[in-house]
Design a protein around this ligand. Structure first.
Ligand SMILES: Nc1nc2c(ncn2[C@@H]2O[C@H](COP(=O)(O)OP(=O)(O)O)[C@@H](O)[C@H]2O)c(=O)[nH]1
Ligand SMILES: [Mg+2]
Length: 611
């Protein structure tokens, strides 16, 4: 089991010093950080707890200017250490980080009351009370407050014990078999090439895996993996991971990109979300406002489309669609933060509910109800409703990142790889029946509609159509005859066309074994190609070639004759049969070729034998 904890808190309150005190590792790795004595970007360390649990630690900058870096480090945390200097107490970024922790719903945490060597007991009591008040109503309400000093070492065993207890009580991260690694750092190492780091969620990654960079789409292969500075073959979800990649250059990757198995994670420019506005926000979030969205390790500009009312007021929650400046990798259930760019401030946060939504009409109660069902857990069922023409299970999973097992319990018509919402399936079935009914009305002499024609009338993809035909036929909605699709009850009836069929049969039957050209006979009889086709489908005539047809009786007689001649003399030639039938060469040759293709006879040189 792997866990990741992080720091939070105002600048200079002792976050980085705390990590060094706990691990011996200085998380401030940049030269500029060392020179200025200030954390600018994320820092990383690791620690083995008394229970044996190995945890990755992410150190974040406290300065308001670097809050975007703090946000990139705060996704995927199992627990947080909110550091508050005992001499200063609660400061602006103490509150802002606490609000972020609350909006991201990080529920496990401790408050480290640092620098206690600088204050007396009375002051410590006042600050402790102030801190507890600040935690009220947040996800850290009731968290343990631990006095700590990096100078004297006071509080270190208590802090380590508290973190250990929090993580022992935590469930390990779920393995959805679809790993996502939101990248927080990219660098090159001589002799290794490109290396990325991040907190792995939703699945395992192993050396040799091929991964896709989302949203860019580039493919990379994992050459090596490290966790806590040790080589590993496989990394489990919930851990800090460094991955050495081949196939991508450093400049082709950046913080905010996500590595995932190819074709399992989509990129989106539109998300539906539940948005909670901080009570401390200076004003309501109005429809249309431009904001910065932070999710995973990515940051992107977006426009807020308020789906109900004209704004979401401070302290309130509402449904919204976020329209992003560029695509990002996102999954339903992911948490996010919204900030206003200037004056820069955190104003809201929430959870993605649909990362593949349509553009909605505002104030539409159907949209709201669907989002509510999704938020209540019916993610796949609601996603399925969006596909009136069916969808594959793989596409549904990609659109939602829902667990694979959820597909099995979905209420759906299943046909091969394809899934249909019950309403969608009913509509497709009704449409097919309507189209076929109309077709039979227009073409009573045809068995049915060509497959491609029905597919285009239904407006479904070539990929799904075979499954749809199979389903409709299982349901007794259609039958396939001679490659055409018709209603099960449909019979080709000559009815009104009998008048034109009879003269044709009569012409063909005059000299049954020596029929005239079919085109000529059809013309003379005043019959249509439809009538010819209907007669052939009913079996009244047998077409042996494009221009040659025999009446049913004549055909049977001719076949009997062929068998008889071959039985008597071992084989038959065109000339022999022509003499016996009293016909010209043309219909005789057509008949024999037809019998070859029907596998009655087989050609041997100039003659034919029985198969
Ligand atoms: N006296 C005292 N000073 C501390 C303690 N922890 C940190 N400091 C000092 O506080 C300053 C800021 O610490 P730093 O860890 O960089 O704070 P950060 O910005 O929260 O990471 C540094 O000069 C530290 O030496 C402590 O427990 N006691
Ligand atoms: Mg620091």
């Amino acid at each position: 089991m792997s866990f990741v904890i992080g720091t939070a808190g105002h600048i200079d309150h002792g976050k980085s010093t705390l990590i060094t005190a706990l691990t011996g590792i200085d998380p401030d790795r940049l030269a500029e950080e060392k020179r200025r004595g200030m954390t600018i970007d994320l820092g990383f360390a690791h620690l083995r707890l008394p229970s044996g649990l190995e945890v990755g630690i992410v150190d974040v900058p406290g300065h308001a200017r670097f809050i975007r870096n703090m946000l990139a480090g705060t996704h995927g945390l199992d627990a947080v250490m909110l550091v508050i200097a005992a001499d200063e107490g609660v400061m602006p970024q103490t509150r802002e980080h606490l609000e972020i922790i609350d909006l991201l719903d990080v529920r496990r945490g401790v408050v480290v009351l640092s620098k206690v060597d600088l204050v007396d007991a009375e002051w410590l009591g006042l600050i402790t009370a102030e801190v507890k008040t600040a935690l009220k109503g947040t996800s850290l309400e009731g968290a343990q407050v631990i006095p700590f000093s990096a100078v004297s070492g006071e509080g270190k065993p208590e802090l380590v014990g508290a973190v250990d207890a929090l993580l022992k009580a935590a469930a390990s991260r779920p393995d959805l078999e679809r790993p996502r690694l939101p990248i927080d750092r990219v660098f090159t190492m001589s002799g290794f090439g490109t290396v990325v780091t991040g907190t792995l969620v939703d699945g395992t990654v192993s050396v040799g895996d091929e991964l896709e960079v989302v949203p860019a789409g580039r493919l990379a292969r994992v050459r090596g993996l490290q966790q806590h500075n040790r080589k590993v073959e496989t990394a489990a979800p919930g851990g800090r991971v460094a991955a050495n990649l081949s196939g991508v250059e450093k400049h082709e990757l950046m913080r905010g990109d996500v590595l995932a198995r190819p074709k399992t994670l989509g990129a989106t420019r539109r998300v539906d979300a539940t948005v909670r506005v901080l009570a401390s926000a200076p004003q309501p979030l109005a429809h249309g406002v431009e904001l910065l969205l932070h999710t995973g390790t990515s940051e992107v500009g977006c426009r807020l489309i308020v789906l109900e009312g004209d704004a979401i007021a401070p302290g309130h929650q509402g449904w919204a669609q976020l329209y992003l400046e560029r695509p990002i990798a996102a999954a339903a259930q992911d948490r996010f933060i919204l900030r206003v760019p200037s004056p820069s401030a955190t104003v809201a946060g929430g959870r993605f509910v649909d990362v593949n939504p349509r553009k909605h009409a505002r104030h539409d109660s159907m949209v709201r109800e669907s989002l509510e069902r999704r938020a209540a857990g019916e993610v796949l069922q609601e996603e399925l409703r969006k596909y009136p023409r069916g969808v594959t299970a793989a596409a549904l999973l990609k659109a939602t990142m829902a667990p694979k097992a959820d597909v099995a319990v979905l209420k759906a018509r299943r046909l091969g790889e394809w899934l249909f919402d019950s309403g969608a399936w009913a509509a497709i079935s009704d449409r097919a029946t309507q189209e076929l009914t109309a077709y039979h009305g227009s073409f009573p002499l045809r068995e049915g509609m060509p497959r491609e024609e029905l597919r285009s009338k239904l407006g479904v993809s070539p990929g799904s159509f075979p499954s749809i035909v199979q389903g409709l036929s299982e349901d007794g909605r259609l039958v396939e005859r001679d490659g055409a699709l018709g209603l099960p009850g449909h019979r080709v009836e000559l009815n009104g066309d009998v008048g034109r069929a009879a003269p044709l049969l009569e012409l063909l039957g005059r000299q049954p074994l020596a029929p005239p050209s079919l085109a000529e006979a059809t013309r003379q009889a005043g019959a249509s190609p439809e009538v010819v086709r209907a007669l052939a489908q009913r079996g009244d005539i047998v077409r042996v070639g494009d221009d040659v047809a025999f009446t049913k009786d004549a055909y049977e007689t001719a076949v009997a004759l062929v068998r008889e001649i071959i039985s008597a003399s071992g084989s038959i030639t065109v000339a022999q049969l022509r003499d016996r039938m009293g016909a010209s060469r043309r219909p005789v040759l057509a008949l024999l070729e037809h019998l070859d293709s029907e596998r009655v006879t087989r050609r041997v040189g100039d003659a034919r034998v029985l198969r």
